[in-house]
Design a protein around this ligand. Structure first.
Ligand SMILES: Nc1nc2c(ncn2[C@@H]2O[C@H](COP(=O)(O)OP(=O)(O)OP(=O)(O)O)[C@@H](O)[C@H]2O)c(=O)[nH]1
Ligand SMILES: [Mg+2]
Length: 197
């Protein structure tokens, strides 16, 4: 898809902070530091979401408007060990609440680091998405860090661990942009069907 405009809309901690406009929403989710914000930025070809070497950088739900038609939603990451328990709980509640109740959500993008096997949290989130009937895709990012052979092995392990076909794990690199076409196709397929009620 050709991106003609992309801008930051707002940060929200809960439903009262979500944007009032009714656009199709695509949510980026996954473990802390896997590259959620980088994926979002690289799809838009613009540094909108803050990225960092420090895990836990994204702490609120950040909204970005794309082509005045879609909202990209950058969710805080889970599984960062050094975050105090109280904050972990607050994050979990914030993300769960969004996923369970947001009617505008048409596609979830579950992001994994291709260098690591999926974690228990990743598997849990994937099962939860499935049981909730929320359409989702799985993106295995940082593919530039692996050789072709390593990437093939990683995709195979990931697909076995998630119990999904090899074809449904989309390899990606935010550095090279390789793999963007399939992700954009999934996004446009889902967002084009959106009709606010
Ligand atoms: N080599 C490589 N590095 C990447 C890629 N994607 C992200 N990174 C790096 O990984 C680190 C984390 O990226 P972020 O996009 O901030 O990760 P995040 O998932 O948004 O992290 P939190 O918001 O803290 O949960 C940064 O140093 C990025 O530059 C990629 O495709 N390839
Ligand atoms: Mg982030």
């Amino acid at each position: 898809m050709k991106v003609t405009s992309a801008e930051f809309v707002t940060s929200a901690a809960g439903p009262e902070g979500y944007p009032k406009e009714r656009l199709a929403e695509v949510a980026f989710m996954g473990k802390s530091n896997v590259g959620k914000s980088s994926l979002l930025n690289s799809l838009l070809n613009k540094k909108l979401a803050r990225t960092s070497n420090t895990p836990g950088r994204t702490q609120l739900i950040n909204y970005f408007r794309v082509n005045r038609a879609i909202l990209f939603v950058d969710l805080p990451g889970y599984g960062y060990a050094k975050v105090p328990m109280a904050i972990k709980k607050q994050w979990g509640a914030m993300v769960e609440n969004y996923l369970a109740n947001r009617k505008e959500l048409v596609l979830s993008i579950l992001i994994l680091d291709s260098r690591h096997a999926p974690t228990a949290n990743d598997l849990q989130l994937k099962s939860w998405l499935e049981h909730s009937g929320l359409p989702f895709i799985v993106v295995s990012t940082k593919a530039d860090r692996l050789s072709n052979n390593q990437l093939r092995n990683s995709l195979r392990t990931t697909s076995e661990s998630l119990g999904m076909g090899l074809d449904s794990i989309l390899p990606y690199s935010s550095i090279t942009g390789r793999g963007a076409d399939r992700i954009w196709k999934a996004i446009t397929d889902r967002t084009e069907q959106f009709r606010p009620d």
